[in-house]
Ligand binder design. Sequence first.
Ligand SMILES: [Mg+2]
Length: 210
Amino acid sequence: MKGWAAVSDFDGTITLRDVGDHLLLHYGFADRKTIEESYSLKVRVEDFMKRAFAGAALSEAVIADFVRSKVRTRPGFREFILFCERSKVPFEIASGGVDLYADPFFRKHGVKVKSFFGKAKVVKGGIRITYPFLRSTTLSAFKASRVARFKRAGRRVVFFGDGPNDLKAASLADKVYAAGRLLKLCRERGVPASRLTDFKKAASFITRNA
Ligand SMILES: [Mg+2]
């Protein structure tokens, strides 16, 4: 046994609210109904993001300022990153979110984490999003593949998530911390999951089960 690895979603998991949704709602580029519909298991988050941001006329500076002033981080996140570094637990983030808001977020916390985010480019009248790491797969399958990859390498995997598109990854993980819609889905489908409140709990879980 080579020990643990950790894979995490970003929006609504590392942050307390989905940053993409929060931005779209705050600046009036989407309404609550549209956002709610994007959480159907049938909707691909990556397709929703591309569509929703195509008409979102926001500059890099506005987004960076929004991240600094409005985005709240789940307790224990920074400590967990430092714990993983100290304990040699590989940690990575697989996200349908975008670099435009992730980069200022990690700068604010002064941490560097291996991560997969969409690439966002400010263009005339909106933001163009691509997901180079997805190629022909879906985001949901990609997240699951990151968990599977660590398992093949002989590690146990703790997974953190909050959305329907985290369900596949959660069902492959050895330990799941879930919030929001994912927690509900796990309960409905018999996938064992603990409620994600504070990342510190995951650090003590890994230490206890090393
Ligand atoms: Mg999420």
